[in-house]
Design a protein around this ligand. Structure first.
Ligand code: ADP
Ligand code: MG
Length: 284
């Protein structure tokens, strides 16, 4: 029996070009997909394929040349509180403590009683392991802790859709793994409709309900994989047979795209191929 799928958000035949010198650079060309309500959709693709452009269009920061993004069936307009983006750069207020940063959104909105805001803030701080750091300022926190505080600060607002654009890029490998575990707990405790962008296959497969694999520019969805790994997910899932099969299938497509871009002379594609040089190990 199949359950009806409820689309919280959809991207319908979106195209987008930018001027590049005298020519037009086609970044997205007839790109379509949807975000299932309450699910974690991960978008993966080589650097420069148009992932951030897609988020910008969905969040309302950019307009599509053709096609549209819809939220609950209606075309999206200007950026609004129902669609929240967490960027790679830190956005914590340096003059506020971790607690004040996380509580900021609901306090400004004044829709909840103070007690409730406090309780939710503490719950989120606990879930990201910052309960003992509630009164520290961002400067007094490590990079990973800052990122965790930021995730909590975004999630407390419970937007209809949350976008995370390579949130853990630039963190060292150990910190990144830790972040992924915290993020899994946060997501699994919230069931927040989410689009998470990454260029890391293990990160993608560890967290995703659905994996969208993008083609190289012009960007479209090359393949949609439903990741039917059990939840709550544990990092040890990364060694399961099912996981390895998903990884093999995803890498196949990513590799094809990187080769295409490589023959087109893209520097990003060269980096990408190097980053995936260990794919043969994953096959054996
Ligand atoms: P990704 O996030 O997948 O790395 P982006 O969406 O940031 O890719 O960019 C896709 C392509 O669009 C890149 O070639 C980039 O240079 C170009 N691009 C993005 N934003 C702009 C802009 N505002 N003006 C011109 N070109 C842009
Ligand atoms: Mg990007």
């Amino acid at each position: 029996m199949t359950h009806p799928v409820e689309a919280q958000m959809a991207v319908e035949a979106v195209s987008k070009s930018y001027e590049a010198g005298l020519r037009q650079r086609v970044v997205l060309d007839g790109c379509s997909f949807m975000l299932e309500k309450g699910k974690l959709t991960v978008l993966i693709g080589p650097s420069g394929c148009g992932k951030s452009t897609l988020i910008n269009i969905m969040a309302g920061y950019e307009k599509a040349d053709a096609g549209m993004a819809t939220l609950e069936g209606r075309p999206v307009g200007e950026p609004a509180a129902d669609r929240l983006v967490v960027f790679q750069e830190t956005a914590l207020f340096p003059w506020m403590t971790a607690f004040q940063n996380v509580a900021y959104g609901p306090r400004v909105q004044r829709k909840l009683p103070d007690k409730e805001v406090e309780a939710r803030t503490m719950e989120l701080l606990e879930r990201v392991g910052l309960q003992d750091f509630r009164d520290k300022y961002p400067m007094q926190l490590s990079g990973g802790m800052q990122r965790r505080a930021e995730l909590a600060r975004a999630l407390i607002n419970q937007p209809k859709v949350m976008f995370l654009d390579e949130p853990f890029r630039g963190l060292d490998a150990m910190t990144r793994e830790l972040m992924q575990e915290y993020y899994l707990k946060l997501y699994e405790g919230s069931q927040q409709t989410t689009l998470f962008v990454t260029s890391e296959i293990d990160e993608a497969l560890l967290i995703a309900d659905t994996l969208l694999i993008m083609t190289n520019r012009p960007g479209r969805i090359a393949k949609t994989l439903k990741i039917a790994l059990p939840r709550p997910r544990e990092p040890k899932v990364l060694t399961s047979q099912a996981y390895l099969r998903y990884k093999e299938e995803a890498l196949e497509i990513l590799h094809e795209e990187a080769v295409k871009a490589f023959s087109g002379g893209s520097k990003a594609a060269v980096d990408f191929l190097e980053a995936y040089a260990d794919r043969d190990q994953a096959h054996s």
